[in-house]
Ligand binder design. Structure first.
Ligand SMILES: Cc1cc2nc3c(=O)[nH]c(=O)nc-3n(C[C@H](O)[C@H](O)[C@H](O)COP(=O)(O)OP(=O)(O)OC[C@H]3O[C@@H](n4cnc5c(N)ncnc54)[C@H](O)[C@@H]3O)c2cc1C
Ligand code: FES
Length: 514
């Protein structure tokens, strides 16, 4: 799928450009007909790649190029300038390479070259007899693809009872719920794609993991042996212990099925209450306004997102919602959900034909618990994402991992983190022994205003804002004892990418100092 990106600019690369205009290793942007394309020169060798990100189509010209990589401005996907391959999620397809001719000092670009997105580019140091991946969400699907891309030839089973998985979960609360994205944008891969790459996609629930005999038991009793296993079961929405939570007009949102149920409910609903001013709750509020439903957000905090984004950015996002007609009942909680209203703790009632509860998630750990794995707010893993059982790795929302810069274990519920952990876990199954050190990143979007958040900070003591969120964008640094732990930006994509590179180097410096 793609979002709106500006038409391509720069020189016509089919007509040709002088070789001497290209600086060593520095992307040179132009176009071929309507396609944005860039060139990279290494000595006399020149390569050409698509200049639109393969995730949602962002212009890579607005991104950041460092050494042999180029990073996307919107959600920080990272591509190799050597061969266009994906080095960092959320993109999963490489940049298409184009045919290039250099003659008499002129560089001309021909046609795009066909390539298999999972073309094997690695060589395993170790090959487990078989791999079973439990959960086909962000982490699981990324792990399955990485195994094939890294040259693993053994059997790979990707097990998940959700018939639609894997799909673009972040989009469920955004364009898809807003009625702006057709359903064909939502799947990440087709059944045929998995067949072509010999990934067995099994639509079933894993009921049990037997670590002594190294098998998993599926619904109905079928067994699957594993040499290595990835636990990527994600998280489930929390519910509220109030009367009415189970009523048919009350929804949580995690799966495509949940989203379809909300969309069905919209056929009759004119007034909705969103309980919880979480990222999902607020994105749902924006999408329901887009569907012309009256929306009231009920939440206990005084400013949405204040604990995560600080009061300046929280107040700004609240103002975006108020401008679009969202009513807020902050500092209140819900006592009961009735058929046509929600009863608050101050005894007032808010009319509601439809209720969406977005009050956070909890990691899905019963399988791990029964298997005897070490738990602590999720499944405990080491720096290489291995659990207390040496043949089992865990990644994504379920994993409690040592965060490289904080120096302590955290559990992070971000799409990009889950995908990147899936990749690291898969590489480590193949013997690479790499620690997971990527800087956490997430994005959220409210009425066309995106917020990018980098790093991780739950105990900051200062939120320092530069710029004005409402005019030209802003950057908020979250500091602890004077050190920046995280950065949130609005319309300052380059700054966010530059900070990402700095945070990565900070970690490398820590490692060198030992
Ligand atoms: C509506 C919504 C919007 C979001 N928006 C953003 C965003 O904008 N940015 C961002 O960074 N993050 C966002 N997130 C969070 C992000 O989607 C999660 O962090 C990410 O999906 C976690 O990936 P995961 O692989 O750990 O889990 P999931 O993607 O949840 O996948 C887990 C899978 O495991 C399966 N499973 C569970 N139990 C079993 C079992 N016993 N056997 C087999 N399979 C099982 C489930 O069916 C599920 O498909 C959003 C989440 C939601 C719900
Ligand atoms: S558009 Fe490039 S990472 Fe999303």
């Amino acid at each position: 799928m793609s979002e709106d990106a500006a038409p391509p600019t720069g020189p016509d690369l089919r007509a040709g450009v002088p070789l001497e205009d290209l600086k060593e290793g520095e992307p040179f942007f132009g176009h071929v007909e309507d396609s944005p394309v860039f060139l990279v020169r290494k000595g006399k060798d020149v390569r050409a790649f698509d200049a639109a990100c393969t995730h949602y189509g962002a212009p890579l010209e607005d991104g950041l190029s460092t050494e042999d990589t180029i990073r996307c401005p919107w959600h920080h996907a990272c591509f190799s300038l050597e061969d266009g391959s994906v080095l960092g999620a959320p993109a999963f397809n490489p940049l298409t390479a184009w045919d290039v001719q250099v003659e008499e000092g002129t560089v001309r670009v021909g046609e795009p070259l066909e390539a298999d997105p999972l073309e094997s580019r690695g060589s395993p140091k170790n090959e487990p007899e078989s791999v079973v991946i439990v959960g086909a969400g962000a982490a699981g699907s990324s792990a399955a693809e990485t195994l094939r891309r890294e040259g693993y030839r053994g059997p790979v089973s990707l097990v998940d009872p959700d018939p639609d998985a894997p799909y673009d979960r972040p989009n469920l609360s955004k364009d898809y719920l807003a009625g702006e994205a057709p359903e064909e944008w939502i799947p990440l891969r087709s059944r045929e794609f998995f067949q072509e790459h010999d990934i067995q996609r099994i639509a079933s629930r894993v009921e049990e993991i037997r670590t002594d005999t190294q098998v998993v038991i599926l619904e109905g009793g079928r067994t699957l042996p594993y040499g290595a296993l990835l636990l990527a079961t994600g998280a489930v929405p929390r519910t509220l212990p109030v009367p009415g939570m189970d009523a048919p007009h009350v929804h949580t949102l995690r799966s495509l099925g949940d989203c379809r149920a909300i969309l069905d409910g919209l056929e009759e609903a004119r007034r909705a209450v969103v309980i919880g001013a979480s990222f999902i709750g607020m994105e749902v509020a924006a999408s329901l306004r887009n569907q012309e439903v009256d929306v009231t957000v009920v939440a206990p905090e005084d400013v949405p997102f204040e604990a995560v984004l600080g009061s300046d950015l929280g107040t700004f996002i609240q103002s975006l919602h108020e401008e679009e007609g969202v009513d807020f009942r902050l500092g209140t909680t819900v006592n009961e959900i009735r058929e046509k209203a929600v009863l608050l703790d101050d005894d007032s009632e808010v009319p509601a034909d439809l209720v969406v509860v977005g009050v956070g998630v909890k990691p899905l750990v019963p399988l791990a618990e029964e298997a005897g794995l070490e738990l602590d707010d999720g499944v405990v893993v080491d720096g290489e994402l291995r659990t207390s059982d040496p043949r089992i790795w865990a990644a994504g929302d379920v994993a409690h991992f040592p965060e490289a810069r904080l120096g302590r274990r955290v559990r992070i519920e971000h799409w990009v983190v889950a995908q990147r952990q899936g990749r690291t876990a898969a590489r480590n199954m193949l013997g690479h022994q790499e620690p997971f050190t990527d800087v956490p990143f997430f994005w959220t979007k409210h009425y066309g205003t995106p917020v990018a958040y980098l790093g991780h900070s739950t105990d900051w003591d200062e939120a320092r804002t530069e710029g004005t969120c409402a005019e030209g964008g802003c950057a908020v640094s979250f500091l602890k004892d004077g050190r920046r732990q995280a950065l949130a930006t609005v319309f300052r994509d380059r700054e966010s990418l530059t900070a990402e590179v700095e945070m990565e180097r900070e970690k490398e410096g820590q490692e060198e100092r030992g």
